[in-house]
Design a protein around this ligand. Structure first.
Ligand code: ADP
Ligand code: 5GP
Length: 185
């Protein structure tokens, strides 16, 4: 199945890049994840995430509703619903996934050869910290957890199809567009 998977540490810029690609390339459709965390002020339920209660998430696990799921920051769970993949397949568009590193590795295995994975690399852990602080009005309670996980995730970068260095956003976007034109046109 053709698919574009963006991964990398939290705060590396994968959602920002995904939004820019979705605006410009109508062949892609965002795969909406389910999560138990609460929406951020700018997030729209059903568009950014399916926001589920702990009980609703448990029910989906029981009925084997998830392609993959994981417990991440502050114990919140995140996962890809089979229902979401079916929704996208019915649209005849290419799914664009934005997931953490482990979720992306699992998905890549399931989706097979047509899936291209891109690891978004921040310039440094210090810059990553600044970006995470800039994104939330309040410093996220799980900031140190996100940064500690980033160190582990960066070690897994070679497992993905491409590395995308996100220092300057315009340059990173241009490199990503180049890659898309090579693989998806
Ligand atoms: P992720 O989806 O990987 O967690 P985001 O896309 O939410 O990360 O980006 C985290 C923060 O960093 C956001 O506030 C975003 O605007 C900012 N950001 C992303 N890329 C860059 C960049 N190249 N330069 C400066 N800020 C950036
Ligand atoms: P955030 O809380 O910042 O939106 O996301 C935290 C992390 O969860 C990010 O690295 C994000 O990519 C990841 N994530 C989002 N959806 C999923 C999913 O469906 N599965 C997995 N494994 N990770 C996800």
């Amino acid at each position: 199945m053709k698919a574009l998977l963006l991964t990398g540490p939290s705060g590396s810029g994968k959602t920002t890049l995904a939004q820019l690609i979705l605006e410009k390339y109508p062949q892609f459709v965002f795969s909406v994840s389910a999560t138990t965390r609460s929406p951020r002020p700018n997030e729209v339920p059903g568009k950014d995430y399916y926001f589920l209660t702990e009980a609703e998430f448990d029910q989906e696990i029981e009925r084997n509703g998830f392609v993959e799921w994981e417990r991440l920051y502050s114990g919140y769970r995140y996962g890809t619903l089979y229902r979401e993949l079916e929704r996208i397949q019915a649209l005849s568009q290419v799914p664009l996934f934005v997931k953490d590193v482990k979720g992306t590795l699992n998905l890549q295995k399931k989706l097979g050869e047509g899936a291209i994975s891109v690891f978004v690399l921040p310039p440094s852990l210090q810059v990553l910290r600044e970006r995470l602080l800039q994104r939330s009005p309040e410093p996220p309670a799980d900031l140190e957890e996100r940064l500690a996980r980033a160190e582990f995730e960066i070690q897994l970068a070679p497992a993905f199809s491409f590395l995308l260095y996100n220092d300057d956003l315009d340059k990173a976007l241009r490199r990503l567009e180049h890659l898309i034109q090579r693989h998806f046109s």
